[in-house]
Design a protein around this ligand. Structure first.
Ligand SMILES: Cc1ncc(COP(=O)(O)OP(=O)(O)O)c(N)n1
Ligand SMILES: Cc1nc(C(=O)O)sc1CCOP(=O)(O)O
Ligand SMILES: [Mg+2]
Length: 376
């Protein structure tokens, strides 16, 4: 039916016999771009609750729809399309949301590129219009990735900081199986070639479990392995410099030991801070404990997510939580555990119990909280 339809406005630069094919290409890719956008939009709306990102998807869809005229639709010939049966095995499986989003953003970008090129044959303004939309998709992709990272960070209450270990990957994977969503690669001694290889493997592992992956100390390594961010101590690179190198959408964490360091880290734009050492720890020899007093200070004053760190294990966890911590970071308690999955699950269950309790407390009258001993 397609090739019998007469174009209302035949395009001047193309022989008549090529026009139906170009119309079918435009029709198919207009559909493809809109479908891909719809899939991304649904996640922005229902998964991220971001009206801004969902709104941008919707606007792009509407702009694309304006080009999808009856003239182009009339050439559709699904039965005669030799490409409908062609699908790549990767289209059949999605390892998770991240991969689903990536695949669809890629599909939209490809479709927009096709529309830009073939559109030039169809309408004098179509090429430019779709080129601009393609750049808007790149921005959307970058904003979406940054937003996803921040949301995941907010949802992460347990942070595993790794140490050198013969079983590094097995331990990290065991913790991920226990529900861990935030991992930092920390190795103070390895050569760079080893660090790169290890960081790449950990990155892959974290991606499989949809966990955030942060690199300690090294902005260059974080960029090289496409990590989600970097953790910087007081003696490491200034936050502003790291931000310049990493761009706006990667996470930057900063260690703090006292109120002044906390204030500066937040003012300089840290996405999260470490608060410690809560207890003296052999993992960080020579660093005096900041103690539970500093944890109490953080609970009252920190305006970004903060992780109590230093000497925390299942035996003292309750004291740290009672001092006001809602997030903790640990090295030995998980890296040296006989059962890292179980320890992770224990930490997470206590942290989540606390969240529930605090949410409950916020909605109950004070008298009820006291008489039912819900004070911790
Ligand atoms: C979550 C977290 N908090 C603090 C640190 C310590 O960072 P830093 O003071 O730079 O010391 P090193 O870890 O580099 O020895 C951290 N790594 N993670
Ligand atoms: C890496 C690190 N940074 C700290 C800080 O206070 O900045 S404490 C610390 C080590 C934490 O190790 P563990 O859980 O084995 O005690
Ligand atoms: Mg450091």
């Amino acid at each position: 039916m397609g090739d019998r339809y007469e174009l209302k406005k035949p395009f001047p630069n193309l022989p008549a016999q090529a026009q139906p094919a170009v119309c079918r290409i435009l029709d198919a890719n207009l559909d493809r771009a809109r479908e891909g956008l719809r899939i991304v939009e649904e996640w922005c709306r229902f998964g991220l609750d971001s009206s801004e990102l969902a709104g941008e998807c919707k606007q792009l869809r509407q702009e694309i729809a304006k080009w999808h005229t009856q003239d182009l639709r009339a050439f559709r010939d699904t039965l005669g399309d030799v490409g409908t049966d062609l699908s790549h095995p990767q289209e059949e499986e999605r390892a998770g949301i991240q991969q689903l989003l990536q695949a669809n953003l890629c599909r939209i970008e490809e479709a927009l590129r096709v529309l830009e090129e073939y559109g030039k044959l169809y309408h004098p303004e179509m090429g430019t219009a779709f080129k601009q939309m393609r750049y808007r998709i790149y921005t959307l992709e970058s904003n979406l990735l940054g937003y996803q990272r921040q949301q995941k960070l907010l949802r992460s209450h347990l942070y595993l900081v790794t140490s050198e270990s013969e079983n590094l990957f097995a331990v990290v994977e065991a913790a991920l199986q226990g529900g861990l969503t935030l991992v930092q690669y920390r190795d103070k001694d390895a050569d760079d070639d080893v660090r790169v290889e290890t960081a790449q493997k950990l990155r892959q592992l974290c991606r499989r479990y949809e966990a955030l992956f942060i690199v300690n100390d090294r902005v260059d390594l974080a960029l090289a392995v496409d990590a989600d961010g970097v953790h910087l101590g007081q003696q490491d690179l200034p936050i502003a410099m790291a931000r310049q190198l990493l761009g706006p959408h990667r996470i930057i964490g900063r260690s703090t030991t006292n109120p002044d360091e906390m204030r500066r880290a937040i003012a300089e734009g840290a996405d999260y801070i470490g608060v410690g050492p809560v207890y003296e720890t052999p993992t960080k020899i020579g660093k005096a404990a900041a103690g539970l007093e500093y944890v109490r200070y953080a609970a009252q004053n920190a305006s970004v997510p903060w992780f109590a760190i230093g000497g925390i294990d299942p035996t003292n966890l309750n004291d740290v939580l009672s001092a006001g911590a809602e997030r903790i970071a640990a090295v030995r308690a998980i890296m040296e555990a006989e059962q890292p999955t179980l320890v992770t699950q224990y930490f997470l269950s206590q942290l989540s119990r606390l969240q529930t309790l605090r949410a409950l407390k916020a909605h109950l009258p004070q008298s009820h909280v006291q008489s039912n001993n819900l004070t911790s």
